[in-house]
Write a protein that binds this ligand. Structure first.
Ligand code: AR6
Length: 175
């Protein structure tokens, strides 16, 4: 597991994950950036694979992106925490990793799903991301490499603070 500060559309990996909405028809934030960078064929394919319920994910090609695939995950909108938000966020990460595994994707990059427009508290969301990914990697050998891509200081700080608790301290986890 590696924490990086970057624009996810620039990542040369097997798959990047999009923080999408249920329609899969695009939006703002990382979703908008991914659609702009991939080009209009991404939206065409999304029309054929969507909609996608919250907590699930769908896979498409990456088109003009350096990544081979885009995995469109739908995280929950934060409504105070009493509407199953933690379980739905866990499920969005697990579903994405399951699709990566089924498609033999060896490297995958996640944005901080639900941490922007969907207002999930960052510390809680990044903790879920780290624990779900660590549990999956304990169980399966694919994907081999997972990047947590931070776009902003707050998300970066939250990952940096918590990664040691999940996997133990080590220089290989920072970038
Ligand atoms: N690379 C990496 N991370 C990014 C990038 C980027 N280029 N751009 C933004 N982020 P958000 P959500 C970070 O709002 O909360 C869309 O309209 C951002 O700083 O993109 O899951 C969808 O269509 C934040 O930390 O996704 C949905 O309607 C994180 O990505 C809705 O927003 C997620 O922020 C989904 O909301």
């Amino acid at each position: 597991m590696t924490i990086v500060s970057d624009d996810i559309t620039r990542m040369h990996v097997g798959a990047i994950v999009n923080a999408a909405n249920e329609s899969l028809l695009g939006g703002g934030g990382v979703d908008g950036a991914i659609h702009r960078a991939a080009g209009p064929d991404l939206l065409k394919e999304c029309r054929t694979v969507g909609p996608c319920p919250t907590g699930e994910a769908r896979i498409t090609a990456g088109y003009r992106l350096p990544a081979q695939y885009v995995i469109h995950a739908v995280g929950p909108i934060w409504c105070g925490g009493g509407r199953g938000e933690p379980e739905l966020l866990c499920s969005a990460y697990r579903s994405s990793l399951g699709l990566a595994r089924e498609n033999d994707v060896q490297s995958i990059a996640f944005p901080a799903i639900s941490c922007g427009a969907y207002r999930y508290p960052i510390e809680a969301a990044t903790g879920i991301a780290l624990r779900e990914v660590a549990a999956f990697l304990d169980q399966y050998s694919t994907p081999e490499q997972v990047f947590f891509v931070c776009f902003g200081e707050q998300v970066r700080a939250a990952y940096d603070r918590q990664i040691g608790e999940v996997v133990g301290p080590g220089p290989e986890h920072a970038d």
